[in-house]
Design a protein around this ligand. Structure first.
Ligand code: SF4
Length: 334
């Protein structure tokens, strides 16, 4: 057992000043020094003798400490035939032309939300976010969600503005009645409280944060990092926020994302399919993290959701997300 091998779902990512190693099955990551990243990259499938020979004897203890760390934390193992363990493919594809969507609603919205949901379902859209910035009635919520009962959606994330009649049992009943709901959030609530189903199928909570409009979006923080296979692989090839996304803002504009300026038509007289086929709609889908200023040097780039709506330079579509305070050169958040 002389060769060190990383598990196929454990992938290191090099940053300007340090690296991380992600476990994409467990959904976690650890920091590693860039020197260890380089050893793992340069000595892939080499036996330990070869590695030791290339390093000064005084550094062997440190070398073994690094490998022990990786084994103890479940990132890798020793073996004799590393060629028998293949690396994970980092390809990404889906059969649906649209995989995720956002629908925004407030009390001035004048479009048929149920019809938008039907059109999204025709695309076999998997993930839907519905954000209500004003209070809407329970009847209206149920009417909108009833369209999803026999749909292709895998997950629905629902944001509702707090109303005193939305209590814990209302929220539980709603999630149990509409099985596609994975996350239900009551925003602008006077108190914070978390409710989850017995089988953890859905998560619901009351949150004090007020969502007045789409401008709350685009925040970058460690708590949003998501080390999973889908995000990691999509990030290698596409924009991990906008790829295969379509949105309808609260005024009925069809956009890449409700926070973006460009509208591809009003939903009242343009179908989602027509908007999708318009010139330029998919241009932002291919801006990947490796092309974005600063992010391209950041160790978190494949587990961090991008934002192209709020950027540090509005004239440069490759500029860093404006709401990120991380500096990968100093490894500090400000
Ligand atoms: S620099 Fe880019 S990749 Fe790194 S945390 Fe900020 S937004 Fe995410």
């Amino acid at each position: 057992m002389t060769c060190f091998k990383l598990y196929s779902a454990c992938i290191p990512v090099r940053g300007a000043s340090r690296s991380i190693i992600c476990n994409l099955v467990k959904g976690n990551f650890n920091y590693i020094p860039n020197t260890l990243y380089d050893i793992l990259a340069d000595y892939k499938n080499c036996n330990i003798e070869k590695i030791e020979n290339d390093f000064d004897e005084r550094s062997h203890k440190e070398l073994h400490k690094h490998f022990n760390f990786l084994v103890e934390n479940g990132f890798g193992f020793w073996c004799d035939k590393p060629e028998e363990f293949i690396d994970m493919e980092l390809d990404w594809d889906r059969s649906s032309p649209i995989t995720n969507a956002i629908i925004d609603i407030d009390n001035l919205s004048k479009y048929d939300v149920s019809e938008v949901i039907r059109q999204l379902d025709n695309f076999r859209c998997e993930a839907l976010q519905i954000r209500c910035f004003s209070v809407i009635s329970i009847e209206e919520i149920n009417r909108i969600l009833s369209v999803t009962t026999e749909s292709n959606f895998i997950s629905i994330e629902l944001y509702l503005k707090y109303n005193p009649i939305y209590n814990e049992s209302f929220l539980k009943d709603l999630c149990e009645k509409h099985k596609r709901i994975r996350f239900a959030i009551i925003h602008s609530s006077p108190e914070e409280k978390v409710i989850s189903s017995d089988d953890d199928y859905y998560y619901a909570w009351f949150d004090k944060t007020e969502l007045k409009d789409e401008s709350h979006c685009g925040n970058i923080s460690r708590k949003y990092f998501s080390p999973n296979i889908l995000l990691f692989t999509e990030s290698q090839h596409f924009n991990n926020c906008l790829n295969r996304k379509i949105s309808v803002d609260k005024e009925g504009n069809i956009k890449n994302c409700p926070s973006m300026l460009m509208s591809y038509g009003k939903i009242q007289n343009t179908s989602l399919k027509e908007a999708l086929e318009k010139k330029g709609f998919t241009d932002n889908w291919i801006i990947k993290k490796d092309e974005i200023e600063v992010c391209k040097d950041c160790e978190f780039r494949y587990i961090c959701i991008d934002c192209r709506a709020y950027t540090s330079d509005a004239k440069n579509k490759y500029s860093k997300p404006a709401k990120c305070t991380y500096d990968p050169y100093r490894t500090t958040w400000s």
